[in-house]
Design a protein around this ligand. Structure first.
Ligand SMILES: NC(=O)c1ccc[n+]([C@@H]2O[C@H](COP(=O)([O-])OP(=O)(O)OC[C@H]3O[C@@H](n4cnc5c(N)ncnc54)[C@H](O)[C@@H]3O)[C@@H](O)[C@H]2O)c1
Length: 366
């Protein structure tokens, strides 16, 4: 039997807790064997919880001294490129939290470094591992919805209000409100998930026309608290994104696909936490699924079959880590490889460029 993939986790903040079960499910295939955080107390607390003995406060020391095969980078956006490149140069496979980096130049530099090192590189777009989204993609690809002509997504999370309250910010002065550290605001932090899903379901985007709102008192360094964008897909479909970190609106991460023979939707779950709202299961209605009485409005929407994928879990974070480990083991291309994900990042930076210039942006020009 082959050795398990040994992973060093860099950054033991909020998302690392979601990653941990992915390393505990099948330790004979993938396991955490080192932990690193600039904050020693946080690194030690996480290591104790994870049952890991090797603890570092300097990622470069971990890369030099530990015999990990791979790293899982869960740090602030402006550190992604430096850490991913250092890991690749040390010959480690790289799992990197979204967004890939804070500029397209940085994204390209990571791609070049991981290509040169010949390591596996995957961006952690966990929504691609939600079982019902995998099933929906299969239906779309099989043509069940017919030609997709429109796609819509909302990303609303009330993080900062105009009265100064910051309902979900983990602390005041949170880096997620800082355009320098985050590389932007709501679009890089949240909408990147949904822009990636739009590509996953519909295909590549050719052109973006966007507006963004900046200057909210909780946000610094040009971070936008709101944005809207129209996306023109290469296949002719039109997409729409509405994103807000600051509106008095219900949390919403809803996606809708409209096809010539059907539609799919992720209805808002009752009383969701942000993490659960994020991955509301998709439902579908189509000509193929109509009963003898034909389309029956909302009653026609059905959950998608998901037990055909032989997935390790219903939890997308577990599935993404297991997928990464499999790709490292067999040399397969991850479903959100760097090469794939840079196309998502072009949409993100296309949104910013269009909002800045006030004109549509051709993504092939970026
Ligand atoms: N996929 C999702 O659902 C999801 C949800 C939340 C966050 N994220 C992403 O995860 C990443 C981390 O976000 P978070 O909310 O966990 O942030 P966080 O602020 O809670 O944690 C970041 C941690 O990284 C540490 N750190 C920063 N620079 C470091 C360095 N150079 N070396 C070692 N440690 C360092 C910090 O001390 C901190 O403990 C971001 O890319 C974010 O967008 C993804």
């Amino acid at each position: 039997m082959s050795e398990p993939l040994k992973v060093g986790l860099i950054g033991t903040g909020s998302i690392s807790r979601q990653h941990l079960p992915g390393y505990q499910l099948r330790p004979d295939e993938v396991q955490l064997s080192a932990v690193c955080d600039l904050r020693e107390d946080a690194a030690r607390a996480f290591a104790a919880e994870a049952g890991v003995n090797e603890v570092y406060t300097d990622a470069r020391a971990m890369l030099e001294q530990s015999d990990v095969d791979a790293v899982d980078i869960c740090t602030i956006h402006d550190t992604h490129a430096e850490l991913a490149i250092a890991a690749a140069q040390a010959g480690k496979h790289v799992l990197l939290e979204k967004p890939m980096a804070i500029s397209l130049d940085e994204c390209r530099a990571i791609l070049e470094a991981t290509d040169q090192a010949g390591v596996t590189f995957m961006v952690a777009q966990h929504l691609r591992h939600v079982p019902s989204y995998m099933a929906l993609r299969q239906c779309v690809r099989a043509g069940e919805l017919g030609r997709i002509w429109a796609a819509r997504c909302d990303t609303f999370l009330t993080a900062a209000l105009d009265d100064g309250r910051q309902p979900i910010a983990p602390r005041s002065g949170w880096w997620g409100f800082d355009g320098k550290r985050g590389g932007g605001g709501v679009v890089t932090m949240l909408s990147v998930h949904h822009l990636d899903l739009m590509r996953y379901f519909v295909g590549e985007v050719a052109r973006v026309d966007a507006r963004a709102w900046r200057g909210h008192p909780s946000f610094t360094n040009e971070a936008e608290d709101r944005a809207v964008a129209t996306l023109e897909f290469s296949n002719g479909a039109i997409g729409h994104l509405t994103a807000s970190f600051s509106s008095r609106a219900p949390w919403s991460f809803q996606i809708m696909l409209m096809g010539e023979h059907g539609a799919a939707w992720t209805p808002p779950p009752d009383n969701p936490s942000p993490l659960m709202a994020h991955r509301a299961p998709a439902v579908i209605a189509s000509v193929e699924r109509d009963g003898p009485d034909g389309f029956q409005g909302a009653q026609s929407f059905q959950p998608l079959e998901t037990d055909t994928f032989n997935l390790p879990s219903a939890d997308p974070y577990i599935n993404e880590i297991q997928h990464f480990a499999r790709c490292c083991a067999d040399g397969g291309e991850p479903i959100s490889s760097g090469r794939d994900n840079i196309e998502t990042m072009k949409i993100v930076f296309g949104v910013y460029e269009s909002a800045r210039s006030g004109t549509p942006v051709e993504l092939s020009q970026l």
